[in-house]
Design a protein around this ligand. Structure first.
Ligand SMILES: NC(=O)c1ccc[n+]([C@@H]2O[C@H](COP(=O)([O-])OP(=O)(O)OC[C@H]3O[C@@H](n4cnc5c(N)ncnc54)[C@H](OP(=O)(O)O)[C@@H]3O)[C@@H](O)[C@H]2O)c1
Length: 273
């Protein structure tokens, strides 16, 4: 029987590429997004069905798995991909901006998983793949909100895997390095507060460095391949790093003393070009 993956944030970048990749591999794809009426590329591909899902909307979340199960006989994989980056000096961030970051990147994931666990338990199998980041394992300046949201996902996923193992439900984390998508454009929300001074030079230097490095980054297809691996390798492996430089930076994180690693991150982030 054909397998089915449910994807959040399939309107662009990693989510869209993963939808295309899985359908090429012979899977059914339930591609969810905030505005399916605007989607052109995926809607005519046989094997892909579109669903409306804003991961912060209670109404959209309610019964989403049952809605999908009217179209497909089972759901094998839930790929939590939707997310964005709130960046800039923490001192500038409003409570709303802080909460919004967690509503999408953390609570959106938790709430959707709540909808899917009963389905996966009933099916006696399921794989949950959450999208973290290499910065779910270390941090960079001006990304305190984004990093903490991904660190939260890391801790949540690591604990959840133990609970769900007995039901043959696997939990996995995909940890991309910089990937060339809309993430560093429209999905990057820079927090602003005219009253808070003293960060302009740091923001210019670090954010423009990030954007420059992003231009040389891997494309989203490398993440799609990694998601496919996580969905099909039959292992209990939890973490899958992906993208140019991910392996080396995470090895350095693992083996270097924290003080030295942090010093190197700071130096690299403050490089002029
Ligand atoms: N690109 C990178 O460098 C990178 C690195 C590590 C991890 N990641 C992670 O990869 C994931 C995908 O990002 P991307 O690189 O593919 O960026 P992207 O092209 O900007 O895609 C982000 C997706 O998330 C969706 N989204 C945002 N808020 C949502 C909400 N409330 N409900 C449902 N969908 C929502 C967007 O939908 P709309 O089209 O409606 O805005 C879009 O489809 C994110 O979790 C990101 O943190 C990215």
């Amino acid at each position: 029987m054909k397998k089915t993956i449910f994807i959040t944030g399939a309107s662009s970048g990693i989510g869209k590429e993963t939808a295309k990749y899985f359908v090429k591999k012979g899977w059914n794809v339930a591609a969810s997004m905030r505005s399916p009426e605007k989607e052109e590329a995926l809607k005519s591909i046989p094997g892909i069905k579109l669903y409306r899902l804003d991961v912060t909307s209670k109404e959209d979340l309610q019964n989403i798995a049952s809605v999908v199960l009217k179209d497909f006989p089972k759901i094998d994989v839930l790929f939590n991909n939707a997310g964005y980056g709130a960046v800039g000096a923490f001192e500038k961030a409003s409570n709303e901006e802080i909460r919004a970051q967690f509503e999408v990147n953390v609570f959106g994931v938790m709430n959707l998983i709540k909808e899917f666990i009963p389905v996966f338990r009933e099916q006696k199998h399921g794989i949950i793949i959450n999208t973290s980041s290499v910065v779910g394992r270390f941090t960079v300046p001006l990304y305190s909100l984004y990093c903490s949201s991904k660190w939260a996902l890391e801790g949540f996923s690591e604990a959840l895997q133990y609970e769900l193992k007995q039901f043959n439900i696997k939990v996995k984390l995909v940890e991309p390095a910089a990937i060339k998508t809309d993430f560093h454009g429209r999905s990057l929300k820079v927090v602003k507060n005219e009253k808070v001074q003293g960060y302009d030079e740091m923001e210019d230097r670090i954010l423009s460095g990030m954007r420059r490095r992003n231009d040389k980054a891997s494309g989203p297809e490398v993440v799609a391949k990694t998601v496919f691996k996580a969905a099909t390798d039959n292992s209990n492996k939890l973490r899958y790093s992906t993208g140019k430089g991910a392996g080396i930076v995470l090895k350095a994180r693992k083996f270097l003393p924290t003080r030295l690693f942090n010093k190197l991150v700071f130096k690299q982030q403050n490089r002029k070009s």
